[in-house]
Design a binder for this molecule. Structure first.
Ligand SMILES: Cc1cc2nc3c(=O)[nH]c(=O)nc-3n(C[C@H](O)[C@H](O)[C@H](O)COP(=O)(O)O)c2cc1C
Length: 180
C-alpha cells in the first residue's frame, strides 16, 4: 500500500515530464513459477502466461519503476516470480579469453528505479542485491531508488508530503534520462 503510493507519485512525476506511463500489478497476472526446465539459452520461456506481457514490456519500455514491499528481507513473492522467470532471457557468450559469460537476449536497453517499503526492519535496501543480479538478464540499468521503512516514516506516505514530493521529483528526473 505504501509502496504503491510512492510508485504512483513517481509515475505522476514521469507523466508530468511527458512520459507515457502504464502501471502493472503483478498480482493481477497469472505467472507460473520457474521450473528450471532448460539451460539458459536466451530463447525464452516454455510457459505462455502473464509473463508474456512482461517480456513485451522488457522490449518496449524505456524505464521501469519496480515497487515491492520488504517481505522476509527480500522482495514480494509476486516480484520474485517475475524475476525468476527472467532467467531464461540470459544467453551464453564466449569471451575473447575463451571463458563463458552471459548476456541478455533483451535488445532494448532500459533504466530502472526501485521502490521498497519495509516495516519494523531497518534495512529496506535488502531488496537491492536481488534487483541487481536480475537487472543484467533484462538489459536494465538501475539508476535510482526510494527505500523506506514504516517506522522511519512518522506518517503513512499518503500524507508524508516530503517523501511524496521527493518521489514526484525523482520521477521527473528519471524521465529526463530518456525523454530529452
Ligand atoms: C509476509 C510479510 C513479511 C514481512 N517481512 C518484513 C521484513 O523482513 N522486514 C521488514 O522490515 N518488514 C517486513 N514486513 C513488513 C512490511 O514490509 C511492511 O508492512 C511494509 O509497510 C509493506 O509495504 P506496504 O506498506 O507497501 O504494503 C513483512 C510483512 C509481511 C506481510
Amino acid at each position: 500500500m505504501n509502496t504503491d503510493t510512492i510508485v504512483q507519485r513517481i509515475l505522476d512525476g514521469c507523466e508530468n515530464s511527458g512520459a507515457s506511463v502504464s502501471k502493472i500489478y503483478l498480482a493481477d497476472l497469472e505467472i507460473q513459477p520457474c521450473r528450471a526446465c532448460k539451460t539458459q539459452d536466451g530463447s525464452g520461456c516454455v510457459f505462455l502466461d502473464g509473463m508474456e506481457q512482461i517480456y513485451e514490456v522488457y522490449e518496449k519500455a524505456d524505464g521501469l519503476v519496480l515497487g515491492t514491499p520488504v517481505y522476509y528481507n527480500t522482495v514480494s513473492s509476486q516480484m520474485k516470480l517475475m524475476i525468476d522467470r527472467s532467467y531464461c532471457l540470459a544467453r551464453p557468450v564466449i569471451l575473447p579469453s575463451g571463458k563463458r559469460s552471459y548476456e541478455s537476449a533483451v535488445v532494448k536497453k532500459k533504466k530502472g528505479m526501485v521502490v521498497s517499503v519495509g516495516g519494523s526492519g531497518s534495512n529496506p535496501e535488502c531488496v537491492l542485491p536481488v534487483f541487481d543480479i536480475w537487472s543484467t538478464e533484462v538489459n536494465l540499468d538501475i539508476v535510482d531508488s526510494i527505500l523506506a521503512t514504516r517506522t522511519q516514516l512518522s506518517e503513512e506516505p499518503m500524507e508524508c508530503t516530503e517523501l511524496l514530493e521527493q518521489a514526484f521529483s525523482k520521477g521527473k528526473k528519471f524521465t529526463h534520462l530518456f525523454c530529452q
